[in-house]
Design a protein around this ligand. Structure first.
Ligand SMILES: N[C@@H](CCC(=O)N[C@@H](CS)C(=O)NCC(=O)O)C(=O)O
Length: 232
């Protein structure tokens, strides 16, 4: 493991044995409830692992101290016992590896969970994110108007494929796992559209996962600083 991924003893201080997750002090309304620390908070709640949020702003994002935790200055970054991780998928899988609540003990079933986490992040999120960026950041631009139909078609195709997989089942596998957690947070990125609502099985799946107490708690904890009007 690269030295920059492991905090030295002298850096640990009272952070020893504590889990810390970075999150933004404030974000615009379109991003509230979508920031990717939600995935990590949710996983920790499902696993029953206490943590502290480290709220950061633009200056922190640029600092060399924070870049040691997250090379791109993004959230979430995760610190635990001298270990520093970034990338929400990697962090969720790390947590899932330690909790049956997110990943069953059978090796084959664990590999299936990993597969679904990658599917959410590689096969759905890029298309969904591209569409969301066009809609949210460039709605009036001619190039965006020309590009949007093709992006939306690609997303619809993926959503239909996912609904076909789900068929009549409640979760991607035979129970809730980290794969469902990740998939739900990816589907949420489409909340400014009706694309998920238009596929009733997927909408029911999203609502089923979001009804979990761990999700409600994680979401409330992400939103609280925004509601309090924290400034960065
Ligand atoms: N692939 C990364 C993406 C992280 C990411 O995009 N974070 C956003 C918030 S949701 C961020 O920090 N944006 C600010 C920036 O990129 O400067 C992950 O899943 O952790």
């Amino acid at each position: 493991m690269a030295a920059s991924c492991v905090l030295k003893k002298s850096d640990e201080g009272d952070a020893m044995n504590r889990i810390t997750v970075s999150a933004f002090q404030n974000v615009p309304p379109f991003a509230q409830g979508l920031v990717r620390d939600l995935r990590v908070r949710w996983a920790l709640e499902e696993a029953g692992m206490p943590y502290e949020a480290r709220l950061i702003g633009p200056q922190d994002q640029k600092s060399s101290e924070y870049r040691r935790l997250q090379p791109f200055g993004q959230v979430p970054a995760y610190e635990e016992d001298g270990l520093a991780l970034f990338e929400s998928g990697a962090i969720v899988l790390h947590i899932a590896g330690r909790s049956d609540a997110l990943m069953p003990p059978d090796p084959g079933a664990r590999a299936r969970v990993t597969t679904w986490v990658f599917a959410a992040l590689n096969s759905l999120e890029p298309h969904i994110q591209n569409l969301a960026e066009v809609d949210l950041f460039y709605p009036g631009d001619d190039w965006a108007k020309q590009r949007r139909p093709a992006l939306a078609e690609r997303v619809k195709g993926r959503l239909d494929d996912l609904a076909m997989w789900l068929g009549g089942r409640d979760y991607l596998e035979d129970r809730f796992t980290a794969g469902d957690l990740m998939m739900t947070t990816v589907l949420r990125i489409l909340r400014h559209t009706d694309l998920v609502k238009e596929v009733p099985a997927l909408e029911a799946y999203r609502l089923r996962c979001e009804a979990r107490p761990a999700f409600r708690k994680a979401l409330a904890d992400q939103m609280r600083p925004f509601a309090a009007g924290a400034v960065s």
